[in-house]
Unconditional design. Structure first.
Length: 327
């Protein structure tokens, strides 16, 4: 079992939940992050003797060289995440998501790091009529997905004599995290419907796939602890077959919790994000025995608790939205 883990992007939405879960399971955690969305979310971890934080940019190779010393595994989450921000800063997206990944993979091999988990996305499938599996053709419709596909190739084709790489293609996450994101569909729709008592949904028949952030974290740890032969050079879709929904279906589920809200659905697209995909999660279930514990309904209840109790006092604060990093 890998015990000292480097998490790149460990101050992020997934990274802070992963950190807290790993510390609870007695891992030693080292994080590198340049705090694009601030550092408040990591404050509680700084008290833990098993936690080490390095503020820095993964594009700095000299720094990376030091950061990968003396660790058993890497979970590589740091990235410019999502299609809107990647299209605003395409050069940075390529440097971080592709070039820095290449350096990290090389350094992992050189330092004989045993495991390497790469955070990828089901966005790589783009648009497809049939249900997609890990074998399906990739059809990226954004620079974000293009950079992630390049990252996957680097990770899977790198020197794996000592380092066993695994690619995880996460569905769209939902749920609470100390580094909150209100730009993820379920979180965003729940917030808007609760605050405005009204929601307009575009591309109503477009399928997306969803997974709770706690379930993402569970899978990452399962991969780190799995038999090497099960995960080495493998790609897994991470989610659940029952969690493929159209946008309209998601909005209808949220409306059940906020019946007084008005729902307006439209067929057309306003933001140019043309992804529509249904994903098969048979492989992750069969090989790792992973099944999501969180339904969409449970995630919405959790989110409404956060909003209604004002645990996050100003959910409209730009820092909860990816584009704030470039403003
Ligand atoms: N959240 C999702 O729905 C989802 C879905 C599929 C895949 N993913 C992947 O999971 C990973 C984590 O996503 P997230 O939702 O936690 O996003 P996030 O933006 O909250 O986290 C990314 C973290 O990386 C850090 N970072 C960015 N550039 C950096 C750099 N140059 N040097 C050091 N740190 C840097 C940011 O400060 C941030 O803390 C990403 O690789 C993303 O592509 C996320």
């Amino acid at each position: 079992m890998s015990k000292k883990i480097l998490i790149t992007g460990g101050a992020g939405y997934i990274g802070t939940i992963l950190t807290s879960s790993m510390l609870r399971q007695n891992y030693k955690v080292r994080v590198i992050d340049n705090l694009l969305y601030g550092g408040e979310a990591i404050l509680p971890f700084l008290l833990d003797k098993n936690y080490e934080f390095i503020k820095g940019d993964i594009r700095e190779k000299d720094l990376l060289e030091k950061v990968v010393q003396d660790i058993d595994g890497i979970v590589h989450l740091a990235a410019i995440v999502g299609f809107p921000i990647c299209s605003v800063i395409p050069d940075v997206a390529l440097e971080v998501n592709v070039e820095a990944t290449k350096n990290l993979v090389e350094l992992a091999a050189k330092n004989k790091v045993k495991r390497f988990v790469f955070a990828s996305t089901y966005s790589n499938y783009g648009v497809a009529d049939d249900i997609v599996t890990e074998e399906s053709l990739l059809n990226p419709v954004s620079l974000y997905a293009e950079t992630k596909i390049k990252g996957e190739k680097i990770v899977l084709e790198g020197d794996n004599t000592n380092t066993k790489p695994t690619v995880l293609r996460f569905a769209t996450a939902f749920g609470f995290s100390p580094r909150m994101r209100f730009d993820l569909i379920i979180n965003q729709f729940t917030l808007e419907m609760e605050l405005n008592k009204k929601l307009e949904v575009y591309q109503k028949n477009y399928y997306r796939s969803y997974v709770h952030v706690q379930d993402i974290v569970k899978t990452i740890i399962m991969v780190l602890e799995a038999e090497e032969s099960l995960v080495s050079r493998q790609i897994f879709n991470v989610g659940g077959n029952e969690l493929n929904y159209t946008k309209e279906e998601i909005a209808m589920i949220i409306k059940r919790f906020i019946p007084e809200a008005k729902l307006i659905v439209k067929d057309y697209s306003i933001d140019g994000d043309m992804r529509s995909i249904r994903v098969s999660y048979d492989k992750v279930k069969k090989v790792l025995g992973f099944k999501p514990s969180w339904s969409v309904e449970k995630g919405i209840e959790e989110m409404l608790g956060i909003i209604r109790n004002k645990i996050i006092s100003n959910p409209k604060d730009p820092r909860y939205y990816q584009l704030s990093a470039v403003k």
